[in-house]
Structure formats: structure tokens, C-alpha cells
Design a protein around this ligand. Sequence first.
Ligand SMILES: [Zn+2]
Length: 167
Amino acid sequence: MKYFQEQEIELVEYYEKVAHELVHNYFKLSNSYWQKHIYEIVTLRNLENIEITNHALAQILKYNRPLYTKKFANQLDTIFRICIQDHMILDTVDINKEITLKSLLLYIITHELVHLVRFGNFMELFETPAAKREKEEKAVHEISLNIISKFDSDIGQRLEKCYLPVC
Ligand SMILES: [Zn+2]
């Protein structure tokens, strides 16, 4: 399996910041929003076997974990884990010359953060039947393209032409 190297990991970190800011502004979120809706972005190297897929470029999973501060020692907190599938992304960039790794990473992270915001309070996505989920995927895809097009219309247009399976 192909893994991201240091340079590609740095791109993930950079585009996480860009996507975070774009999504934050698009939904006009408060600064405290992200303290209540915690997420982490993990690349293939650090994924558990169960988090790896050959059917998507990335997927977002929800976990309940204990809060680490003493004050809340016995409470569970929800954390979203954005699981980046390096091997799938590298293959897509190889095959599809229209699309660069940078624009793909921007799309993927934006897409997952849009999911997070839409379901941050109500975890519908994780319990809905396939048909409804498909509808949600379509909505998230359109919002993500919209956000990216406002940021860079050229990247937006290129992405629009590609098949981008992100769960
Ligand atoms: Zn999705």
C-alpha cells in the first residue's frame, strides 16, 4: 500500500487549516464551536485496520472517548476522526491528470468538515439508511464545491468534472 511521505503529510496539515477556515466562515460558526466539536485528521500510516477502505478517498468516523481533563474525568466526549486513505488518493492523482494532490486534499477535508458541521449536533449520518445517506452525500458534495469555488474557481471547475468518492 502507498503511504504519504513527509511532504504530502505537510500538505494535509496545510489544507486542514485552509479547509477549516473556509468551512468556519461559510457556516458563520462561533469561535467556541470547535471546542465542542472535536476532530482529528489521520493519514493511512496511523489508521486502524478497521478504518481503512478501498472504496473511498477518505471517511469520517465518530467515536466516544473519555475526556482527559480531571474535571470531566467520567464523561464521554464525541470525537470525529477523519481517516485519509493515502493509497486511494495517490492512485486518483496518478490516473486523473485534471486534478492535483493539493486540490484533492482541499476537497476531501472540506467535504468531511461539512459533514461534521451538518451532523455535529445530531448524528443522523451515522444511523441513516443508504438512500438518505446518498442524498446527504450529494448535498455535502455540492456545498463543498460551492465553498471551494468561492475560494478558487479554477480548482472548483476541475473538481466538478471528477468522480470523488468521499464518505
Ligand atoms: Zn461524504
